[in-house]
Structures are given as structure tokens and as C-alpha cells.
Design a protein around this ligand. Sequence first.
Ligand code: NAP
Length: 324
Amino acid sequence: MLKRIIDGKAISKTIRDSLVPRIMKLKENNIIPGLGIILVGDRIDSQTYVNMKKKICDNLGITNFDVKLPEDTTQSRIMAEVQRMNSNPQIHGILVQLPLPKHIDEETILNNVSLEKDIDGFHAQNIGNLALNRQGSTATKLYPCTPEGCIELLDRSNIEIEGKHAVIIGRSNIVGMPLALLLLHRNATVTICHSRTKNIEKITQQADILVTACGRTQMVKRDWIKEGVVIIDVGINNLPDETKKRGYRLVGDTDYDDVFEKVGAITPVPGGVGPMTICILMKHVVQLAEKQLECKHEQQAQSAKEYEDRINKYGLGEGLNYTI
Ligand code: NAP
């Protein structure tokens, strides 16, 4: 039977635990997974997200190489950091914490992250591969972390996607748009709503799966949904709350208490999509480090084969200065 609360914390822990033996195997082969993080400016939320990511890296034994730059940093300074991380073999994935300050051309920065290290899947080529449902040149499918986390939540809660009407509120490049593509590739019928959508509640009432990703505090109410809908709430909003030390609490784009009795299942905020985003990021670092190991093994096999070919051709003596 479907559990009403989709527990992102528990699901993300299962995924993180499954990374431990993979990281150990990499270390046995002298590869320590490494994450490069570029944080620009003093946004408290961005700093909090980066600190959370660094803490989980530490827990898992993933090395983080973080660079913090001031708000007034130039485009070329960030670009130089990206290039430095691109050429550092100890860094397997690069995370540019978004949003970047207004004077920075975000698109150019993201497109300069090497395709092989594009841990967030934001590079235009990776988004293109996602749109076309292709494998991509790195043979490592990397999708943007939050949308991939949403799909994992559905899959690991045994919620069927195929044939369902999925409605997404939000069309951003980091959540709504890539998630729409992922759901489409899983044979859902997808409707995307945004700030110009008219009569939005008439559309959300048709959803079997509703993803709320618009950053509007508790916008979705009980009368916006049909009985039994599955809600994935991506939104993170601050709601003033004097009972809390910091003066606010985190809530989603859905009014959780209002809809709870009517839904088939729902992700809480916090404890739903948030932890999944971070654990998928960690999974991507490990995947890219494994790719490096695979390449190393392929190179060794190639060298061994060349050595054998030389011996077969010239006999021992000629090929002896070949190292493998
Ligand atoms: P974004 O770039 O600001 O995009 C918001 C989207 O929502 C836009 O497509 C916008 O429409 C749409 N929208 C805004 N107001 C609306 C309204 N009243 N009705 C319908 N659609 C509306 O935000 P984002 O980066 O996608 O993030 C969305 C939310 O998810 C935020 O709360 C963010 O903090 C959260 N988030 C959470 C995680 C996580 O790990 N849990 C990760 C990323 C983001 P237009 O395109 O027409 O402007």
C-alpha cells in the first residue's frame, strides 16, 4: 500500500548508503571522488546549501574543493576557476552554486564547465541529450539533480509514471523544464504551468502526479487537486513563524496540512525533495569518478595489448622498454 508521506530523508539515506561501497572500491584503486564547488557572493541560502553539500561530502569521504568569491567578482575570474577545476584530475564534478550575481552571464559560465564534469547536467549539450533522450558523449547520463531526485522519489515509492497525467507548476531550466522531459520519456502525459497560465487550478485538478516548483508559499490548496493525487513539492519558502528561533519555518509551494487528507502521497518540506537533490549530486560525483576508473582500466588494457602485439611481432627484447 502507498505510504502517504514520501520520506525523502529515508530514501536519500538508502541511496547514500549504497554509495559507500562504490567509494571504497574507487579508493582501493587510488581514486578519491572529488567535487569542485564555486560559490559567488553572500546569499545566506546559497551558503547554507553549499555547507550542507560539503558536510555530506565529508561524511561520505568525497573530497570537496571549494572556492568562495566575492559578490563583485568578474566573469573572467569565475571562468578562470572553472578552467582550473576543468583541468584538475582530482575533481570529478563541478558545481557552480546558482544563482550567480546579476552582472554574471550564467549561461556562458555553465557552458564552460567541461562536459565530463557537468555534475548538474546544465551544459547545453547535456540538456540537448536529455531533450533527445540520447546517451551523450560521456556515456554517463547526468540529469539535473532535483528533477532526477523527483523521479527517484516516485520510483522508490512504487508510483507508476507511465500513462499518468503529470502536471508541473514551473518551467525553470533547473527544475520544471528538465523534469517535464524526464516524465515525458517515462511515458507520462505532461502539462507545464507557469506564471502566465490561466485557470491553473482547473489544470492541477486533472493531475495524477502534481509537481509544484514555483517558489510561491503554500499556493496549492485542497480545492486545486483531485482525490488521490501524488504531490512532489519542490518549493522551499520561508514562512514567518515566531515560535522558531530564526523567526520563520520552511514550507513548500503546496499547503501541506490543507491537502494532506485528500492526497494519495506527498513529499513534506523540509524532508522531501531537498535531501534527494544533495544525494543525487553525490551519486553523480561517484559516477564520474567511476568513469575515470573505467578509462584508467581501458588505458591499461590498451597498453597491455600493445605490449603483447610488439612481443608477438618483434619477440622479447624489442618491446621491453614498454611499461604497463
Ligand atoms: P524559478 O527559476 O524562479 O522558476 C519558477 C517557475 O515558477 C517559473 O517557471 C515561473 O513562471 C513559475 N511561477 C512563478 N509564480 C507562479 C505562479 N503564481 N503560478 C504559476 N507558476 C508560477 O525557480 P526554480 O529555481 O525552478 O525553483 C522553484 C522552487 O523550487 C523554489 O522555491 C526553489 O527554492 C525550489 N527549489 C528547491 C530545490 C530542492 O532541492 N528542494 C531545488 C531547486 C529549487 P515563469 O516562467 O512564467 O516566470
